[in-house]
Design a protein around this ligand. Structure first.
Ligand code: ATP
Ligand code: MG
Length: 438
């Protein structure tokens, strides 16, 4: 039997976060954080750490699927490193000191020091060292994982946007020389462009800062948002753009333009690094060359903040009191709202709801497992419609007295267009097929 997603069964605690100091969410610092908490998408566990409730995890899973597909298209192999990593590796790379108190460290019963990894350049290099030396024929090698990362952030805030535990997709590339490492870097950059295009939020790719990561070249992906902790410089005269941390003047370093430029607040959602042998050298990650000599591998590292991307998307798109999602990540794309229990329409129209649900899933490939039935029929249609708007299901289909006509008609609301139409089933299917953007 095909499973029907019934809203009454979903763990989605809806609360209102009032202003004032004695509420449990007084540290709410952004619109997306407030909406995601209020509407039961996530729940705070402790500072900077969150439960993904069913709706939140559905959105995250959609993002994971997009990423997995694009990584497969460039030959990325999915793996999983341990999260708990020996602190020695970080002493060897020299990063233990550089990262300092941002590292989450702990000791086991034998008093050995470990790190809850914030990123895995050392781990990846160590893996290659321990398998080494692998023949040059096996490179380029692209390995990636999607796991929780840990950083003892000075100021965890904005919910998932700056957590102490967050979900990152991190990819590490290994090449036999600088030239092929650069080619791999370009190839991965292409796949990241496609990931961001598929998500559907306008993004800016800029020259990036290397921070404690080091290396030769880096780029960052940003979403523009007022709450962003970063600032990006964009020259509208040529195609130059950079994180302002790299700039000393407000003039474009490429074309010398000083007026037709902008500096905007933004959220960093992805970061790529061409690392050279910064990690492979201290950690001794080598390959076997064609004349059987061990040689240092050339590395790249590529991070996407998946939990941050979710929250940043909501931040960019949402209204003050209503959450909005890109179609690509919305927990559900359609909600069907049947009449209230005991209403005049209930007996005639009620049974149509599950039929409509089934045909939407059957006829629109994008809607498979993406339709929700708001079976909370103890509530009025109006109340459920308002909830649907707040949670931001793009297509809200209401059954009412028009639905008892032959053929039945439905009230179709498209939140992205702010429009309401009266349509028959086949017209609804056509409309969604033509307008959904997943
Ligand atoms: P930031 O400057 O925002 O602290 P970063 O430059 O230190 O980030 P990277 O080391 O480049 O972060 O990590 C790769 C990606 O992981 C970032 O582009 C971002 O999307 C995400 N990320 C980093 N820190 C956090 C965090 N504390 N919470 C959620 N996502 C994060
Ligand atoms: Mg970064």
């Amino acid at each position: 039997m095909r499973a029907i997603h019934r809203l009454s069964k979903i763990l989605q605690p809806i609360t209102i976060i009032s202003k004032g100091s004695n509420n449990p969410h007084k540290d709410v610092t952004s619109k997306s954080q407030r909406l995601m908490l209020e509407l039961g998408v996530i729940q705070q566990a402790h500072t900077g750490s969150f439960h993904f409730l069913p709706l939140g995890l559905r959105a995250l899973d959609k993002l994971v699927k997009i990423v997995d597909e694009e990584m497969a298209s460039i030959g990325g192999q999915k793996i999983m490193f341990p999260t708990l990593v020996k602190a020695d590796l970080w002493t060897t790379s020299g990063r233990a000191d550089a990262m300092g108190s941002e590292l989450m460290t702990l000791k086991d019963r034998h008093n050995h020091k470990y790190i809850l990894c914030p990123t895995h350049e050392e781990t990846a290099s160590h893996l290659l060292q321990s398998l080494a030396p692998i023949s040059y024929k096996r490179f380029p090698l692209l390995i990636y994982q999607i796991t929780s990362k840990y950083r003892d952030e000075m100021k965890p805030r904005f919910g998932l946007i700056r957590g102490r535990e967050f979900v990152m997709k991190d990819l590490y590339s290994f090449d036999v020389d600088k030239l092929s490492a650069m080619e791999t870097y370009e190839k991965v950059a292409g796949s990241y462009d496609r990931v961001f295009k598929r998500i559907g939020i306008n993004f800016v790719k800029v020259l990036g800062t290397s921070g404690t990561m080091g290396g030769d070249l880096s780029h960052e992906y940003h979403y523009r948002a007022a709450i962003g902790d970063d600032k990006i410089f964009v020259c509208h005269n040529c195609d130059f753009s950079a994180n302002v941390d790299l700039m000393k003047t407000e003039k474009c370093p490429k074309c010398d333009e000083g007026k037709n430029v902008s500096i905007q607040s933004s959220i960093e959602v992805g970061h790529t690094f061409l690392l050279g042998d910064k990690y492979s050298k201290p950690l001794n990650a080598k390959y076997l060359s064609h004349n059987a000599k061990p040689q240092l591998l050339q590395m790249g590292s590529y991070g996407l903040g998946l939990s941050r991307i979710l929250a940043a998307s909501v931040e960019v798109l949402s209204l003050e009191q209503e959450m909005r999602w890109p179609d690509s990540l919305a927990p559900f794309n359609v909600v069907v709202v049947p009449p209230k229990a005991g209403s005049r329409e209930e007996a005639t129209v009620g049974p149509l709801a599950e039929r409509l649900y089934a045909s939407l899933e059957r006829e629109v490939p994008e809607l498979k497992q993406n339709v929700l039935l708001d079976d909370r029929t103890n509530l009025t249609v109006g109340r459920r419609f308002l909830d649907a708007r707040r949670v931001g299901y793009r297509f809200v289909i209401v059954l009412n007295k028009l639905s008892s006509e032959d053929p039945p008609q439905f009230e179709m609301n498209d939140l992205a267009r702010n429009s309401q139409m009266v349509l028959q089933e086949n017209q609804i299917i056509k409309y969604i097929k033509e307008n959904i953007n997943t």
